[in-house]
Design a protein around this ligand. Structure first.
Ligand code: ADP
Length: 476
């Protein structure tokens, strides 16, 4: 399979493409991906720029029909595309199918949003004057996405962009061209006018800066690592370009003495290790009060050790491979660092399986303190650490002592502590007796501090980024 770029409605190849490798089996090459250069990206931006005015005045019905078509096809093909996703990214097959279904639901939600483009009519403070507040499309939006949710994250950027009347250049992550290509192929048959959606496969370090610098691109939405995000914010700031960033997390999960132990273990197992821990909302710091600490660590260790790790497409697997060799090395480096800093590492071994892939056992690092690197920096793998604290007050202080602020959770049966935590956890999303990862698609997603920048994604709040507000006054 050759993954090509989509420019102005046409599929464009580029010489020899880069191989798309299955992380569960490196002998399995899914296909080859085009590598766009400056000229192709220029063409894609020009196409979006030319198509934007027409799509900006499209009717709500046209937008609904396009988004509904895409959502319906994703849902109908969830098994097939979920298989592709699991093969390409390494999520287990059920997780892959679930993610494709989620992408379909997101398009369906924004199909509805396209019909609900309401504004406000207000009386002016001056007699004889009327005021209208309406939303207009931003124009051309550049969407830069990561590899860990290869279809859901493009969906939750592309769907609101189109619903709110914008033209799109999508630059997906290099590791997952297959899912982006499959989505683009569906979009290309959806009835969307040519040029409104363009796909650019290639190196982010080359295409990203060009996309951001081009004056025809009005806004950038990015999900990825914090250093890249900070650089994008600076570049967009210098150009007064609208920007939305979703970056890392170092998400705390507090477990109090009064927690239901079974619930706490289940919540932490899921939050820390499912999707191979490769979620920006993963529970990477488990902050546990003294009275339950030893029982919790013993029970979680037992469950963690029993997780089945292996080929993402093999039935019964609960944890797939790490996405690539670089990420696997990085995970192992963090375990070495944690050991050197005094942590005790349980699990984390590299694993051999029938096929050659990037497998490692999930790891729990106990006896850690919040100042260790393992608790300051995002690992992005199946690794969680345990921090022992005296009581709720210390747990909250430790939970908030981080540069990040995406998701924060607490396991407790105390209404008082749950209520206090919801109000005082410094995070964009707070979970009570639920994993830090796993969110709904019809409500805002995003964080505080170093995790996010700019307006929230998803749900009705997505309009903040994908539209510009206009205030019109009419006199007598
Ligand atoms: P990760 O480490 O998770 O791959 P990155 O931040 O490197 O995170 O990548 C996220 C997305 O940003 C990818 O699509 C990647 O190609 C893109 N990207 C990488 N470097 C840049 C850059 N300098 N400017 C814009 N986008 C970039």
């Amino acid at each position: 399979m050759d993954y090509r770029n989509l420019i102005a409605g046409g599929w464009v190849a580029t010489g020899a493409g880069t191989p798309n490798v299955n992380p569960s089996d490196i002998s399995d090459i899914l296909g080859h991906a085009a590598q766009a250069g400056a000229t192709q990206l220029d063409g894609a931006i020009a196409a979006a720029h030319d198509a934007a005015p027409g799509w900006a005045v499209s009717t709500p019905q046209q937008r609904f029909d396009v988004l509904d078509f895409i959502g319906s096809e994703l849902l109908a093909r969830r098994d097939e595309l979920g298989h592709l996703l699991a093969r390409e990214e390494g999520k287990t097959l059920p997780e892959g199918i679930g993610e494709v279904a989620r992408a379909g639901q997101i398009f369906k939600f924004f199909a509805g949003e396209a019909l609900r483009q309401a504004g406000d009519i207000l009386p002016s403070v001056r007699p004889g004057v009327g005021v209208e507040v309406t939303r207009s499309p931003v124009g051309v939006v550049g969407l830069i996405t990561p590899w860990n949710f290869p279809i859901a994250i493009p969906a939750w950027k592309v769907a609101p962009a189109l619903a709110h009347g914008n033209a799109v250049v999508l630059k997906p992550a290099e590791l997952v061209p297959g899912c982006a290509h499959a989505l683009a192929e569906i979009i290309s048959r959806s009835g969307l006018p040519a040029g409104v959606f363009n796909l650019m496969l290639g190196r982010g370090s080359q295409l990203g800066p060009q996309l951001i610098a081009d004056p025809r691109v009005n806004a950038i939405s990015f999900t990825g690592s914090e250093p890249t995000g900070r650089g994008i914010a600076a570049e967009c700031g210098a150009r007064l370009k609208k920007v939305q960033l979703e970056m890392g997390g170092k998400n705390p999960m507090v477990v109090l003495d009064d927690a239901d132990l079974d619930v706490a273990v289940e919540v932490c197992l899921n939050g820390a290790f499912f999707s191979t821990g490769q979620r920006c909302t993963a529970s990477s710091r488990l902050i546990v009060t003294e009275g339950i600490h030893d029982r919790f660590v013993a029970a979680l260790t037992k469950r963690m050790r029993a997780l089945s790790v292996g080929h993402a497409l093999e039935a019964g697997m609960q944890v797939g491979p790490v996405v690539d060799a670089h990420q696997l090395d990085q995970n192992q480096d963090y375990l070495r660092i944690a050991r050197a800093e005094g942590g005790e590492v349980i699990g984390g071994e590299r694993l051999a399986r029938a096929t050659e892939g990037f497998f490692m056992a999930p790891a729990l690092v106990t006896d850690t303190t919040n100042d260790m690197r393992i608790n300051r920096e995002e690992v992005f793998g199946p690794v969680a650490s345990v921090i022992r604290v005296a009581d709720y007050d210390e747990a909250l202080a430790v939970a908030n002592d981080t540069e990040f602020g995406l998701s924060a959770g607490i396991c407790t049966q105390s209404l008082k502590h749950a209520t206090h935590f919801k109000a005082n956890a410094q995070a964009g999303m707070v979970m009570v007796n639920l994993p830090t990862a796993g969110v709904d698609y019809h409500v805002p997603f995003g964080g505080t501090k170093g995790s996010s920048y700019g307006p929230r994604e998803q749900g009705r709040h997505a309009a903040e980024f994908y539209t510009t507000v206009k205030t019109a006054y009419t006199g007598a």
